[in-house]
Design a protein around this ligand. Structure first.
Ligand code: NAD
Ligand code: UDX
Length: 457
């Protein structure tokens, strides 16, 4: 009854939304998303999805039960499907050779072996996870070393969605990249994947390439994006010394159409599950190919990010008269960016830990990420409170620090917050989202990023 059977192994931030959109746009295909994590699969079957992503529930509900299914029966999904996307996690390795830099491919390889073990017919296996360049060669070697006479094609189709805008990014992608071997078989497999996306993505946005270019492009895209943030963050430090404003600089610089205005917002540093891990992976690959200068070039993007995080905390301590012992500080936001509950690599984790080391009392507030924050800070010594209402979180604190650019925080009644705080009251805006003149006139001492502070003393 269905034209094609598609499986996706890995029901996380990428697998879930990506497959939901494919299923919604292509009712002629049966799409089954499988995972070893039973709780996650159960949650995908409810109204309370395992990840928060604007618009995702509507997409899932349109297709779920019709042609979109969630299951823990990985083997059955493999047997049934001729096309298998793999979107399992590929974290940074924490042991052995390449520890702290290389990608940990153990989950990927396990899946490849499971596909090999269960398959009774030829399959197209798609790298949806972000992987080191040349991984598909290893995968082909593993998959095609079978005595069942089954042929596997490996395609690279990296995912460029960003969290918080995943549904929009999937429905209207800047581009979909599909890389394959350029053999007759490889080109045929490539076309099958092009045909899936052609159901809703305009032809000129579907880009094809050789398989290595596709794998590498994903790492490079993330490295370029992160590099822009590190570039503007480095300039924010200079602005603070020179009475320039980083927002004015980034506006002026970004108006050059060759540079472009996006991704030039100074911040406490980039977070998220991808940038750090993918740049570390790129650095490792460059080192492995004996390109130390190239490796160091990209490593500095990460060093600058760490510098920005530590600079932020240092500035807080210095500004609050060089001690924050027993001072209560509210962190507004804990997610690594707005519109997500994800806290992976969130700079707020670093800031919270450092403030606790300085013996401050920390209050965490966030509209979506409190549960993850509790997990991230479990075991930390010191006084931590989790309070969802920002007004309650700010009551009696010496300072508020903006960690995440939630719209909610722009529109708060800052008069009310000021009235309930200890004096002198401090605001450290790690995202430059507040009206600093207004806050200064209320009575706050305001410390924006990349801008001289507005102080009453
Ligand atoms: P995730 O941790 O949210 O999801 C991965 C899922 O794979 C988990 O649910 C895990 O249980 C499952 N899994 C692991 N091993 C398995 C196995 N053997 N069998 C079945 N399921 C298994 O990760 P994610 O954020 O979705 O990222 C997945 C990949 O996509 C990574 O390579 C990442 O770099 C890449 N990526 C992520 C994003 C993002 O915004 N999160 C964007 C683009 C690309
Ligand atoms: C990123 C890539 O954008 C996406 O294409 C890829 O598929 C996965 O990695 P994501 O990590 O979800 O997506 O979010 P992104 O919007 O890129 O933000 C990453 C971090 O950079 C966040 O902490 C964000 O707050 C920060 N950021 C972003 C800035 O500090 N300044 C900016 O101007 C933009």
């Amino acid at each position: 009854m269905f034209e094609k059977h598609i499986a996706c192994i890995g029901a996380g931030y990428v697998g879930g939304p990506t497959m939901a959109v494919i299923a919604m746009k292509c009712p002629q295909y049966k799409v089954t998303v499988v995972d070893v994590n039973e709780a996650r699969i159960k949650a995908w079957q409810t109204e309370n999805l395992p990840i928060y992503e604007p618009g995702l529930l509507e997409v899932v509900k349109e297709a779920r039960g019709r042609n979109l299914f969630f299951s823990t029966d990985i083997d059955a999904a493999i047997r049934e499907s001729e096309i298998i996307f793999v979107s399992v996690n590929t974290p940074t390795k924490t042991f052995g050779e390449g520890s702290g830099k290389a990608a940990d491919l153990q989950y990927w390889e396990k899946v490849a072996r499971e596909i090999l073990h269960e398959s009774e017919s030829p399959k197209i296996v798609i790298e949806k996870s972000t992987l080191p360049v040349k991984t598909s060669q290893t995968m082909e070697n593993i998959l095609n070393a079978n005595d069942k006479n089954i042929h596997f094609d490996v395609i690279s189709n990296p995912e460029f969605l960003a969290e918080g805008t995943a549904v929009k990014d999937l429905l209207e992608p800047d581009r979909v990249l599909i890389g394959s071997r350029e053999t007759p078989g490889g080109l045929k497999a490539r076309q099958s994947i092009v045909d899936i996306y052609a159901n809703w993505v305009p032809a000129d946005r579907i880009v094809t390439s050789n398989v290595w270019s596709a794998e590498l492009s994903k790492l490079v895209a993330n490295a370029f994006l992160a590099q822009r943030i590190s570039s503007i963050n480095s300039i924010s430090a200079l602005c603070e010394r020179t009475e320039a404003s980083v927002q004015e600089v980034s506006h002026a610089v970004g108006m050059d159409t060759r540079i472009g205005s996006r991704f030039l917002n100074a911040s406490i540093g980039f977070g998220g599950s991808c940038f750090k891990k993918d740049i570390l992976n790129l650095v490792y690959i460059c080192e492995a190919y004996h390109l130390p200068e190239v490796a160091q070039y990209w490593e500095w993007v990460l060093k600058m990010n760490e510098y920005q995080e530590s600079r932020f905390v240092r500035n807080m301590v210095r500004s609050m008269f060089n001690t924050i012992v027993d001072k209560r500080i509210a962190l507004f936001g804990f997610a690594f960016k707005s519109n997500t509950g994800d806290t992976r690599e969130s700079p707020a984790i670093y800031v919270a830990k450092k403030l606790l080391e300085e013996k401050a009392d920390v209050v965490i507030t966030d509209p979506k990420a409190i549960e993850n924050a509790r997990i991230d800070l479990a075991g930390c010594e010191g006084n931590i409170n989790y309070i969802e209402d920002p007004y309650e979180a700010a009551r009696g604190v010496h300072a508020v620090a903006i960690m995440t650019e939630w719209d909610l925080y722009r529109n708060l009644s800052w008069d009310k917050i000021y009235a309930s705080m200890e004096k002198p009251a401090f605001v450290f805006d790690g995202r430059n989202i507040l009206d600093i003149e207004k806050l200064f006139n209320i009575g706050f001492n305001v410390f924006p990023l990349g801008h001289p502070p507005l102080k009453h003393f």
